[in-house]
Design a protein around this ligand. Structure first.
Ligand code: NDP
Length: 307
């Protein structure tokens, strides 16, 4: 290392405020560090999604969000609650008790001063769904919105998918969504009002290697969405689906290899992965009166990944 080169152990001392005058050793390095810091700050600023800036009045509305303890569901529940909706959400129990995440999400929602109800419920089980929806209705006083968010992935080459992995994914993602819609349909028909949003995936539209069970279940959700829209439309119920691209949740970053995420980032024409808030903003819109004339639609929230 020459004497003019900065030591690798001391670059922080050469930050803003420690600028050396031009012509002095080190001024070039200072400029580069500053430029890099400014660029990074700009990137962070530009990649942070903003909560919906307009006000959708959800006061007095009751919303069920499945799987809202974590990730995208949590962001959806918080966004609806921020606009005044009461929230009921379910979780899968851990050793017979409530998970830490479900507890934390429940506390965050209560801080928004809305009614919050949460209960263990495996959406694959129609009887459990019946009990949950009825308890949610009692706790919130009414149910106007259903967001089917709960879902799982068990990625593997098609010829290696076990019976159990096929069943778990299809029964959670597709049958679970059906169980929930079937249960709220009589309520929504009776009140001649309701909003249903199903969280599908871009992989229901265009698959990749290893996603046979997941892609089939998410494509199934799109067909189910259209059928439900046709059957419930005459009762003034809107049914839509969102097809998120890669969304930065713990589940995604823990389970998907970094190379695949890098490829997804490059493929998105906006050059980034999505954030749970990006999906939550669209759910809020679809549940608002501003979207009253949209039904049976599948809306990609993917940064242009599918283009
Ligand atoms: P998470 O794993 O964080 O959320 C999934 C939630 O579903 C969990 O809270 C889980 O509950 C719940 N859940 C799973 N199985 C059941 C069941 N049988 N009954 C009830 N609840 C269940 O993942 P994400 O937030 O990333 O995903 C949310 C949804 O978005 C999923 O449908 C996923 O397929 C979809 N999606 C996600 C994308 C992404 O990139 N992240 C992209 C496209 C779609 P618990 O924690 O209690 O186990």
């Amino acid at each position: 290392m020459s004497l003019d080169e900065p030591s690798r152990t001391e670059p922080r001392a050469r930050r803003r405020g420690d600028r050396e005058p031009p012509g002095q050793p080190g001024h070039k390095v200072v400029d580069e560090v500053e430029l890099l810091e400014e660029l990074l700050a700009q990137v962070v600023e530009e990649t942070q999604p903003k909560a919906a800036p307009w006000f959708a009045d959800m006061r007095g509305r009751g919303a069920i969000v499945t799987g809202a303890a974590t990730g995208i569901g949590r962001a959806i529940a918080i966004e609806l609650a921020r606009h005044g909706a009461s929230i009921a959400f379910n979780y899968l129990g851990r050793n017979g008790g409530i998970s830490d995440e479900a507890q934390r999400t429940g506390n965050e929602l209560r801080q928004l001063e809305v009614t919050v109800f949460s209960q263990e419920c495996d959406i694959r089980d129609p009887e459990a769904v019946k009990v949950f929806v009825s308890a949610a209705q009692e706790a919130l006083g009414r149910v106007d919105i259903l967001v089917n968010n709960a879902g799982i992935a068990r990625d593997r080459a098609l010829w290696r998918i076990s019976d159990g992995e096929w069943r778990d994914v299809v029964e959670t993602n597709l049958t679970g969504t059906f169980n929930m819609i079937r249960e709220v349909a009589p309520l929504f028909r009776a009140q001649q009002d309701g909003k249903i949003v199903n969280i599908s995936s871009i992989h229901g539209l265009r698959s990749e290697f290893g996603l046979a069970n997941y892609a089939a279940s998410k494509a199934g959700i799109m067909g189910l969405t259209r059928s439900a829209a046709v059957e419930l439309g005459p009762s003034n119920v809107n049914v839509n689906a969102i097809a998120p691209g890669y969304i930065r949740t713990t589940r995604l970053t823990d389970s998907v290899p970094a190379e695949i995420l890098d490829r997804a980032r490059e493929r998105s024409v906006l050059g980034r992965l999505g954030d749970p808030q990006d999906v939550a903003n669209v759910v809020l819109f679809l549940c608002s009166e501003q979207a009253r004339h949209i039904t049976g639609a599948v809306i990609p929230v993917d940064g242009g990944h599918l283009l």
